[in-house]
Design a protein around this ligand. Structure first.
Ligand code: BG6
Ligand code: MG
Length: 218
């Protein structure tokens, strides 16, 4: 019996995944490192440091340079998210959050981002979720289950009582590793490991997710 839903933030409730991409692209261009939208797909849901590692590949940088590049990228990202408003919630997001609250289902944010709190406030959904797990909550990033386990604990629920909604392969993997249900948003090539795959949250009702999950069990 599912009692809680844990939402990833970037790429699930809002399209900040695009801003992460643009910020990395700007950094890569400055450093003369080849990077593009397709390469960025592998970075969805991946921590800031691990993302940079994937971008630089086997190029040699000192720890100081790595720190500087992570900060520079974050500066660009913060510039881009300044303008985020409730209008930047993706279609279906607010309706589902409100429906879940009505239904007595607990909700949490489970985001790897250290900027998650800021984005949640700019989106105006801070009072629509019961807990926030972010880039400061745990040490091990997705695909480790730690962040979602932390969120479940904050909600006072067992992993199997929780559904995670994710747009990233690393996030789906983290949810399943934690013993939770996973709803993947986006192409099967990316989130096909999830229990349920949907194109987006647009028009999605809680009953639809429940029905699809119970098909899984039967
Ligand atoms: C995730 C994003 O939510 O957070 C990743 O999907 C990002 O793209 C990660 O790298 C860390 O975010 P931040 O804001 O702490 O750099
Ligand atoms: Mg995401």
């Amino acid at each position: 019996d599912i009692r809680g839903v844990i939402f990833d933030l970037d790429g699930v409730l809002t399209d900040t995944a695009e801003y992460h991409y643009q910020a990395w692209q700007r950094l890569a261009d400055e450093e003369g490192i080849p990077f593009n939208r397709q390469a960025n797909e592998a970075l969805r849901g991946v921590s800031r440091r691990e993302s940079l590692m994937l971008i630089i590949g086997d190029r040699k940088y000192s720890e100081a340079q790595i720190q500087e590049m992570m900060e520079r990228k974050n500066g660009y990202y913060i510039e881009l998210i300044h303008h985020v408003t409730p209008k930047d919630l993706l279609p279906g997001a607010i309706a589902l959050l409100e429906e879940l609250r009505q239904a007595g289902i607990k909700t949490a944010i489970g985001s790897a981002s250290k900027n998650a709190q800021t984005v949640v406030e700019l989106l105006g959904i801070a009072d629509k979720v019961d807990a926030i797990a972010d880039g400061y909550s745990v040490k091990q990033p997705k695909p480790a289950p730690d962040l979602f386990l932390y969120a479940a604990k904050e909600l006072g629920l067992q992993p199997k009582q929780c559904v995670v909604v994710e747009d990233a392969a690393a996030g789906v993997e983290a949810a399943l590793a934690g013993g939770m249900w996973a709803v993947g948003l986006g192409p099967v090539e990316r989130v096909g490991a999830a229990d349920v795959v949907l194109p987006s949250l647009a028009g999605v009702k809680w009953a639809d997710i429940q029905a699809k999950l119970s098909e899984k069990v039967l």
